[in-house]
Design a protein around this ligand. Sequence first.
Ligand code: G3I
Length: 462
Amino acid sequence: MSKDSSRAPGRPRRLRAALALTAAGLMAAAGAVVLPGNASAAETTLGAAAAQSGRYFGTAVAVNRLNDSAYTNILNREFNQVTAENEMKIDALQPQQGQFNWGNGDRLVQHARSRNMQVRGHTLAWHSQQPDWMRNMSGQQLRNAMLNHVTQVATHYRGQIAWWDVVNEAFEDGSSGARRNSNLERTGSDWIEAAFRAARTADPNAQLCYNDYNIDNWNDAKTQAVYRMVRDFKQRGVPIDCVGLQSHFTGGSNYPSNYRTTLSSFAALGVDVHITELDIRNAPSDAYRNTVNDCLAVPRCKGITVWGIRDSDSWRSNESPLLFDGGGNKKAAYNAVLNALNSAAPGGGDPTTPPPGTTPPPGTTPPPTNPGGCTATISPGQVWGDRYNTSVNVSGANTWSVVVNITPPQRISATWSGNPTWDGSGNVMTMRSNGSGNTFGFTTMMNGNSGARPQIVSCTAG
Ligand code: G3I
């Protein structure tokens, strides 16, 4: 699906940004110094500032707090995206089997849509917050109940939800890289893709995301395991559009310095990335600023959601992890976030990142493993309107075969410096060394999909 449903509600921000850029250009021509961070009009709210680069800035909302005017004033002023903190979870929506309770979820959707806020649905399938009747199920009965829940809920909200967290938190923490042992997992490990297929059928226009925590550090086994699942889904055509990184930097988990690599690596698989539940212990300005700048540097990072408005609203209120204090006052981190958003270039990467196509973006390297005895690294090449070049450098061996996956309807139309063979689908190319060196290249026709990029599946020496 290529529909860009994440564009923030239309207001004349582009014009203002363009005028600001024009002014900056005139100043530069006159010899004035244009400071970084002044590239676009300075917006005064988080949502408007994020919208300048086509992103959203949202928050989790507890529906019972909508009666608190201090809370609702900040919500309506600052944010252009919302996620129900609890009201669209399985136990909230289907407390008794077959009896759906739409009241609170509908109230949030209505509040949001009447104010041009986009809605993230959270969450269709999860091992946690299951109602008792579901928790006590197993096997085919549970599989059917889970799929029915996905179908009923996605159908009820069809056309009103920009992104669904279809599956939440299905992987173990720690070094195992394993899937979480849950009642859903015990119905068969294909339960995740079954949930995605059911969601796609029920609401074909919603963007479908996998959402998890502790997948922020690129070197973590859990991050790598989710990466492999998403890569596998893209290769096999399982309908996944996005990955949500919850990014709870609370409870002992910290902002990792390789966060941008994680975002861009997922994006290089051909999915959007979203920061879905951000909060940071004691709200340090630096970590908030870095998180925002990392998202701004990755064109497929579509937006940021903080997990609550005021510290007193937080699930971890004792860590004061949010952007507003209990009195609703803006904290230092708020200003850091707002300034970072205002510094973004319209439409894409941040001012410190060259435009796509001029330099290999970070994160186009494969995971840090070398099981086949060599490593293949992608460098993006020239991009035209209908096609683009890619070169691949192989290290660790002089004779090799590299398997490259292309996302259909894209198709490779030309190759050089290697001997290619193809699988039956035409989507998987195996390139073997032909003695001409350790770099080969190819041209890919976009065929209407300008976003996807090739992925290295394996590199095998010999
Ligand atoms: O509403 C009831 C109240 O009537 C009852 O008296 C009280 C005592 O048990 O519980 C209240 O419900 C609680 C609910 O939050 C609303 O406050 C639940 O017990 C409690 O389990 C629930 O916690 C939520 C948690 O998910 C579990 O679903 C948190 O608010 C919510 O912030 C948190 O959000 C999760 C994301 O969904 C997934 N990622 C992690 C994130 C943080 O844990």
